[in-house]
Design a protein around this ligand. Structure first.
Ligand code: G3P
Length: 217
């Protein structure tokens, strides 16, 4: 399973990319706002750091303007994956971009039927928003599991990119339920490393080691 980082913050990307943990990056207009950067410049910088796909989202809502924005974004780098809202026009743009060999990520997916349409439009990725479904007392993981079943039943190649990940359990559950990719904020990805028993065990080992009076050299 691949791990993407969900941020437009260069320092966060650099830190985890240096560790070899990052297979790609996802951004959205809210994350661009948070970064305080110009979208073209920051996407260009991210693409120069990371080898995998970098999702950059269009902000237009009609077909012609989305196509125009997609063309600007995809010129930045071959890494760019055009992120499109899961709307009527978003699906039309997805179909057109797919035909011309561009990578797409259909975002704001909340139902299995929406994911099915994204796959039929040839999307590279579809992004079900797990956390936002949980926020309204629905079950984001059920949606992931059902999309997996349907994609496998019909051999759809679209990858399931579990998004809106809020907890380390979301990461585990998404993997168990067959997501191809999880995109998560830096804090969650770093939290995956930590366990209190790891910290406690290390402390005991180091205290005992000091008592041996030895050095490894
Ligand atoms: O990239 C989209 C997504 O991950 C948003 O997450 O936490 O704003 O629902 P969140």
């Amino acid at each position: 399973m691949k791990l993407f980082i969900d941020t437009a913050n260069i320092n966060e990307i650099r830190e985890l990319n240096d560790l070899g943990l990052i297979d790609g990056v996802t951004t959205n207009p809210s994350l661009i706002l948070k970064s305080g950067r110009n979208i073209i410049e920051v996407i260009e910088e991210i693409c120069s750091l990371v080898n995998g796909p970098v999702s950059a989202e269009v902000t237009a809502t009609n077909y012609d303007d989305m196509i125009r924005e997609a063309s600007h974004l995809s010129k930045i780098s071959a890494n760019v994956c055009v992120k499109l809202p899961l709307t009527f026009d978003g699906l039309r743009v997805c179909k057109a971009l797919t035909k011309n060999g561009y990578k797409t990520n259909l975002t704001l997916c909340f139902t299995v039927n929406q994911a099915l349409l994204a796959a039929k439009a040839g999307a590279t990725f579809v992004s079900p928003f797990v956390g936002r479904l949980d926020d309204i007392s629905l079950n984001g993981m059920t949606v992931i599991r059902e999309i997996r079943t349907i994609f496998d039943n019909y051999g759809f190649q679209t990858e399931i990119l579990a998004a809106s990940i809020r907890t380390v359990n979301h990461v585990k559950e998404a993997a168990l339920n067959g997501a191809d990719i999880v995109t998560a904020p830096s804090a969650i990805l770093k939290e995956l490393i930590r366990h209190p028993l790891t910290d406690k065990g290390l402390e005991i080992f180091l205290t005992d080691w000091e008592k041996t009076g030895q050095k490894i050299s």
